[in-house]
Design a protein around this ligand. Structure first.
Ligand SMILES: NC(=O)c1ccc[n+]([C@@H]2O[C@H](COP(=O)([O-])OP(=O)(O)OC[C@H]3O[C@@H](n4cnc5c(N)ncnc54)[C@H](O)[C@@H]3O)[C@@H](O)[C@H]2O)c1
Ligand SMILES: O=C(O)C(=O)C[C@@H](O)[C@H](O)[C@H](O)COP(=O)(O)O
Ligand SMILES: [Zn+2]
Length: 366
């Protein structure tokens, strides 16, 4: 078992990582239940794990109520936020209660946001069931829905009270989803740890094939890396947390262009986005071309998109930059970009010429 503490003063919490934890989750959840019914929000693809969790709670004398939503990115919507909030209000959720978000990043982001506004804020627990959610979205308190204008544009920072990660639940996750989540693992190496990127190059394929100890290592490493950054810059105001957005400015534009659909999962957009960020850094003479090539080669080797063509996007540079102008990092009309000087040396560049980004994108193969 590994426990990572996210140190945020009175909002600090533990992230517990252990194979088989779901069936033992009641030990951790009992103190948060306060003798009341615990709502568990999940989606239709997570039902076997919902049963495990409900059985564990039931055996410990904790009653639960399941709210099952449709799967997919379109669930992060105004309509679902309204529906979920009404259900939670009907259940009589109080500020001191804790709602359990059992699912991937979609469920975690939606439930976290609903809990941030329900009665001006109630508690919630993240029980992530995708690799992406286990290594990234369940930690750090970013919650959001998507809107017509783009990705995550309505949301709040709202930290969970606890995160429970059982890596064995990934056994039911489709391989394409595991790969998409792996992109966010690679991201931590590219941000600031060349040794971890080399570890990914050496172990990525076996991890994706299902090796449990490798998955446990990647999850524990990623959670610790994210917890450190979040503790330094909880609300992305100090420049540090923006590093977690590596690949996302390009990636969110690709997701917008593909309609937030099954055509391109978030992690796949991030993979292509990281390749583009390194490609652009190399084209600008900031990073060695060899570094950009290493990124592309690793992503391609594990079957992730490594650019526009493999992301299935044929839009022009102008269209893609148009999507980027909705990015939450926009600051007085300029868009800070996550670029890199080398593997593991990413940084925030506030002087990127959007015309150069457009030209770079137009020069990519489609
Ligand atoms: N808040 C953050 O810091 C943060 C970080 C990264 C990503 N995100 C957000 O997370 C979302 C993507 O999350 P995701 O990749 O987990 O997608 P997701 O929540 O859509 O889950 C992917 C698919 O896997 C299914 N699923 C979940 N667990 C399963 C399991 N154990 N077995 C079988 N099927 C399972 C889901 O039903 C869904 O179809 C995006 O909206 C992204 O913006 C947020
Ligand atoms: O936690 C963060 O900070 C991140 O940026 C993690 C990202 O992987 C995640 O996709 C996040 O939701 C993107 O944030 P956004 O502010 O660009 O919406
Ligand atoms: Zn992400």
């Amino acid at each position: 078992m590994t426990t990572v503490r996210v140190g945020l003063g009175e909002r600090s919490y533990d992230v517990v990582i252990e194979a088989g934890l779901l069936a033992r989750a009641a030990d951790r959840l009992l103190p948060l239940a306060r003798g009341r019914v615990m709502p568990i929000v999940t989606d239709e693809n997570v039902l076997p794990h919902l049963e495990t969790l409900r059985a564990a709670l039931g055996a410990a004398g904790v009653a639960s109520e399941a709210i099952v939503l449709p799967p997919g990115e379109s669930t992060k919507s105004w309509a679902m936020l309204e529906q979920l909030s009404d259900r939670l209000l009907d259940l009589g959720v109080e500020r001191g209660d804790h709602v359990i978000a059992l699912g991937g990043g979609v469920i975690g982001d939606l439930v976290g946001f609903a809990c941030s506004i329900l009665k001006r804020g109630c508690g919630f627990v993240q029980v992530p069931t995708t690799l992406l959610a286990q290594v990234d979205s369940s930690v750090g308190g970013k919650t959001a829905i998507n809107t017509r204008a783009g990705k995550n544009l309505i949301g709040a920072f709202h930290q969970p009270a606890l995160v429970l990660i059982d890596p064995t639940v990934l056994e039911t996750l489709p391989p394409r989803q595991v790969r998409a989540g792996y992109a966010e693992v690679v991201k931590y190496g590219l941000i600031d740890d060349a040794d971890f990127f080399a570890w990914c190059e050496a172990n990525g394929a076996a991890l994706l094939a299902g090796d449990l100890p490798l998955r446990e290592h990647a999850i524990a490493y990623s959670v610790a890396a994210k917890a450190r950054i979040v503790a330094e810059d909880e609300r992305e105001t100090r420049g540090r947390r923006a590093l977690l957005n590596l690949g996302h400015t390009f990636g969110h534009a690709l997701e917008a262009e593909t309609g937030f659909s099954e055509r391109l999962f978030h992690g796949e957009g991030v993979a292509a986005g990281m390749a583009l960020a390194y490609g652009f850094s190399a084209a600008q003479g900031i990073a060695p071309h060899a570094a950009a090539a290493r990124v592309t080669e690793h992503l391609r080797a594990v079957g992730l998109p490594d650019g526009l063509a493999t992301a299935g996007v044929s839009a022009s540079g102008k269209t893609l930059v148009g999507h980027m102008l909705h990015d939450k990092k926009m600051d007085a009309g300029t868009l800070p970009f996550l670029l890199a000087r080398d593997i593991g040396e990413s940084y925030v560049d506030k002087a990127v010429d959007l015309g150069a980004v457009e030209a770079f994108l137009d020069a990519q193969g489609r």
